[in-house]
Design a protein around this ligand. Structure first.
Ligand SMILES: Nc1ncnc2c1ncn2[C@@H]1O[C@H](COP(=O)(O)OP(=O)(O)OP(=O)(O)O)[C@@H](O)[C@H]1O
Ligand SMILES: [Mg+2]
Length: 370
């Protein structure tokens, strides 16, 4: 790999300008923050003990009646979705990345504004005091481009965060688990599945893989199957996602996945067991193949070691029976051991926080000049 490519894909990026501008001199204390900026939900963990999670969706009142009822300020997460009939809703992230750099005109401006509001909200959830500078490490998809990372940095600046470092999501998870050596870390999110090979150093581009078939892809696949089986049923992707999260399983079992979707306006019992199972199963070969690629391109003497330490995090890690299904897939590659993390919602944010706390200031600057 040439130097230029390496530079583009450095997994850590720092906003050194603000550091050198001496903006932080007026603050006497520091609040370290880890942010897992996700397509469907974002989590923060701060050095003052705060741990919060919010859906990555922002809503504004549609008109004066809505503003009278809901106030003029933006509304976030589940509350925004509950009130969505009265709000203009914006998801500032698509497939793990900020949406606005790929948009134009009014759409770009409102998406960017939504992203700034979400970041400001995440900062406010951390409860920094007026004299505390906020240093944040933010998780981005494994293969986020330099432009994606710069967009995150620009956003944190506008949200009033004083120092920022962008790391790849699975690297943050690896840091939380102390799995920095001879391990593969996989984050199964809504927009992306990110895989990262840990070899005792900062992961390079070739150590990381992003797959764009994650939770949202499963929702669409499940929706297509249900529409085919029950053409009369009325449902939204949100209803599908809820059903998936409740019933997702890769194991054959007697228990059925029963939902009540309207047919001609009447709630009707529908058995979606097969559709859920088939849809969630679609990601298993993708993940196994990602592991195969990372193993196959690793030092042959250590391949067995990394196959026997595969850690899975993110919302999708909660699919019932995933550990067994992945280990079964690994059998064809020579066997392996898979561990599902205990706290899939906060492990990424915790890892980012740990990184923020352990990274000396001069090292942030050093990384920024990479
Ligand atoms: N029990 C479950 N079974 C299957 N999928 C689940 C379950 N619980 C949550 N999910 C899915 O996990 C995804 C959310 O995970 P997570 O919060 O890690 O994603 P994200 O960080 O928002 O996305 P990304 O990392 O791609 O930006 C959603 O697609 C959600 O439906
Ligand atoms: Mg995520």
């Amino acid at each position: 790999m040439n130097k230029e490519t390496r530079r583009k894909n450095t997994p850590v990026q720092v906003d050194a300008k603000r550091e050198s501008a001496g903006i932080l001199k007026s603050k006497t204390g520091v609040l370290h923050v880890g942010i897992d900026l996700g397509t469907s939900r974002s989590a923060v963990a701060a050095s003052n003990g705060v741990r919060e999670m919010v859906g990555s969706v922002v809503g504004w009142p549609k008109d004066s009646v809505s503003a009278k009822l809901n106030g003029a300020a933006p509304i976030f997460g589940d509350e925004a979705l509950e009130k969505r009939m009265a709000l203009n809703i914006c998801y500032p992230l698509v497939d793990g990345n900020l949406a606005y750099p790929d948009l134009e005109g009014v759409q770009q401006a409102s998406s960017r504004n939504a992203a700034i509001q979400l970041m400001s909200h995440l900062k406010s959830l951390c409860g920094a005091t007026a004299d505390q500078a906020v240093y944040a490490v933010v998780g981005a998809p494994a293969e986020a481009t330099k432009e994606n990372k710069q967009a995150i940095i620009a956003l944190t600046r506008e949200a009033g965060i004083d120092g920022v470092m962008v790391v790849s999501e699975p690297f943050a998870v690896a840091y939380a688990l102390d799995a920095l050596e001879d391990a593969i870390v996989i984050d199964i999110g809504a927009g992306t599945i990110d895989l990262c090979r840990m070899a005792g150093t900062l992961p390079e581009h070739e150590d990381q893989i992003t797959i764009f078939k994650a939770g949202n892809f499963v929702d669409r696949a499940m929706s297509e199957r249900i529409r085919k089986s029950y053409p009369q049923a009325q449902f939204t992707l949100n209803m599908i996602r809820k059903a998936k999260e409740r019933f997702s399983s890769l194991l054959e079992s007697e228990s059925r996945a029963i939902v009540y979707f309207p047919v001609d306006g009447v709630p009707t019992e529908i058995d979606v067991t097969t559709e859920v199972c088939e849809a969630v199963r679609l990601i298993v070969p993708e993940v196994v193949d990602g592991i195969r690629q990372l193993v196959a391109t690793f030092d042959p003497e250590f391949q067995e070691q990394i196959r026997s330490r595969v850690f899975v995090s993110g919302g999708g890690s909660q699919i019932f029976g995933l550990q067994g299904a992945l280990e079964e897939g690994l059998q064809k590659l020579g066997g392996g051991k898979v561990y599902i993390v205990d706290d899939p919602i906060f492990t990424g944010a915790q890892g980012a926080l740990k990184l923020a706390q352990e990274m000396p200031l001069q090292y942030w600057q050093q990384l920024g000049s990479n």
